[in-house]
Design a protein around this ligand. Structure first.
Ligand code: 13P
Length: 252
């Protein structure tokens, strides 16, 4: 069993209502009761409509709560339907997912993501920055150049890397039950770490998570790659049992 800190982060996407607190509560209890299992950090990124409620209702916190996106603008402004990083921070968010491919697919560019990252860093939120190639890009052998571009055009050398965790999420793997071959995945995770250090002229190795169709059955496969610092889990995080089983099975 590894003794390195591992992240298990749930991305609820567009899921949940006030009744979903029971999921949060069970995961929180599990986190407390299993604290001797190993060094792990459990985070649930929920819809913005629920973060304040969950944050208040959860008395003793053994997990952290986060959100899934924000507007780039730092103050209040004429942006109908939008929420900024400061508002999310005040509502109780500690983490924020940015650059998710589902938002990129709706037109979010690397440049817009950069503005969001700046805004979130200003609020001292911890950022989970999603990067990953599409199937078309993979088939053209462009995975590494896409990842490099996503890192280079959304990040700056002066950013506080301690506040940024990468999530490598190949788009073709999200919600498809398809996962990368383990030798390929290991190479990609190592590439992200190495390339980031080189381009951003830092000795600090960034944390890199994997995301895409992670479930309680396939999680064991990933434990062979020590370079993976944890997981960003979509569908399976919407059930406390499935999410908890992923964590239990990872350490089996
Ligand atoms: P699934 O785990 O549902 O494939 O989603 C992954 C994801 O998009 C997490 O951000």
């Amino acid at each position: 069993m590894t003794n390195k800190l591992k992240y298990f982060i749930g991305n609820w996407k567009m899921f949940g209502d006030f009744g979903s607190f029971k999921i949060i509560n069970k995961v929180n209890k599990f986190s407390h009761e299993s604290k001797n299992l190993s060094k792990k950090k459990i985070i649930l990124c929920v819809p913005s409509t629920l973060i304040h409620f969950f944050n208040k209702k959860l008395k003793s916190k053994f997990i952290s709560l986060g959100v899934q996106n924000c507007h780039y603008h730092q103050g209040y402004g004429p942006f109908t339907g939008s929420i900024n990083a400061s508002m999310l921070k005040k509502a109780g968010a500690k983490y924020i997912i940015l650059g998710h491919s589902e938002n990129r697919a709706e037109g979010e560019t690397n440049n817009l993501i950069k503005k969001k990252i700046i805004s979130a860093l200003k609020q001292k939120l911890n950022i989970i920055y999603c990067i990953g190639e599409t199937l078309k890009e993979k088939n053209k052998g462009k995975t590494f150049s896409i990842l490099r571009e996503q890192m280079k055009s959304s990040l700056e050398k002066k950013f506080n890397i301690n506040k940024i965790i990468f999530a490598y999420e190949p788009v073709w793997s999200i919600g498809t039950n398809k996962i990368p071959k383990m030798d390929k995945l290991k190479k990609t995770i190592k590439f992200i770490k190495r390339d980031f250090k080189k381009n951003f002229k830092t000795k600090k190795t960034p944390k890199v998570l994997y995301g895409g169709s992670v479930n309680d059955k396939n999680i064991r496969l990933f434990s062979s790659i020590s370079q993976i610092d944890g997981f960003l889990i979509g569908g399976a995080s919407q059930s406390s049992k499935k999410f908890i089983d992923i964590i239990i099975n990872y350490y089996k």
